[in-house]
Design a protein around this ligand. Sequence first.
Ligand code: SF4
Ligand code: SF4
Length: 341
Amino acid sequence: MQSISFSNFATLLNNLKNTYHIFTPVKKGDQRFYKTYADFTDDIVIGEVRPVEPLKSFFSRAREIVARGFKPDIPHSQDKPFCIVGVKACDLKSFKVQDYVFKNHDYPDPFYIKTREDTLIISADCTLAIDTCFCLAAGIKPYPQEDFDINLSFLESGFTIECGSAKGQTIIKKYSSLFEEAQENKITNRNKQRNRVIKKVEENIKEHDTPYQDLFKNIIERNYESSIWDDQAKTCVECGACTAICPTCHCFLLYDQSNKKNMARLRAWDSCMIKDYARVAGGANPRPKLWMRLRNRFEKKFDFFPKVADVYACTGCGRCISTCPAKIDIRKVLKKLVENA
Ligand code: SF4
Ligand code: SF4
């Protein structure tokens, strides 16, 4: 295993800047947000915990033009490929769902595939857990184990490095003078830190009585006609924030816009929580009630995806918990579903 000092890592990013549009998480107040990297400033937080924005924002934009003038082959608007730094394990897990939808299914999306292929992922271990984190219950450790190019584990004097792909290997080789062999004590410290964060997430899970995913089998089927859905949907204001912020949610809407000269087809994120989402021509709606749409959201995550892609479409990132203005807590809903199953 190798390691890199903070100053050498800054040099690495300054070099990669020539090839990539780099995003690093920065801290504002008690939240973290991705920002275009210019210099290695003090507000950059590589460790800590996941940023507010889900990773999907880089791979399918909230709104984008997908065809212009009936020609589907428009180039993507970004000038350079992305390099996303500090990606956390929970967000990496969302690739399992997003790849199934946009890459490995009936209608592959060329925009998504190109961005996936071109993007360099420099992930990072979580060095803390916030109250809403429950990744372990979703079967994910709070440090990346797959789907990254290079992984960083934050230590006092720099990072230990793991390489996860040929792309990562090429970069480590090209800038080999910036890296050194990791000393044994650094690896020991990294492992201690990982265990400390695991313990904190375990405490969260215990405190909120969150069920582990081993208990999710058939919870939707068994609760399909339950009053849980209606009870839980009572405070929902149908804002769609829970789906927009979720790294695994992926539904979109296609629509056309034109002016006198041009016509464009746009794609925008959509939300299954919104009444008109499933409405068809003629006005019929298979999910006219809010509780039906809440049930559908859970059904997709905990019944459909495990059946078709062998993965629960929840990574335990906790974003929907912090975002929901109605204070609907997915951990509490899951607990009720498990208890009632
Ligand atoms: S459902 Fe909530 S906790 Fe699960 S991945 Fe989506 S935003 Fe995160
Ligand atoms: S964020 Fe909360 S209030 Fe908004 S649609 Fe989702 S469950 Fe309803």
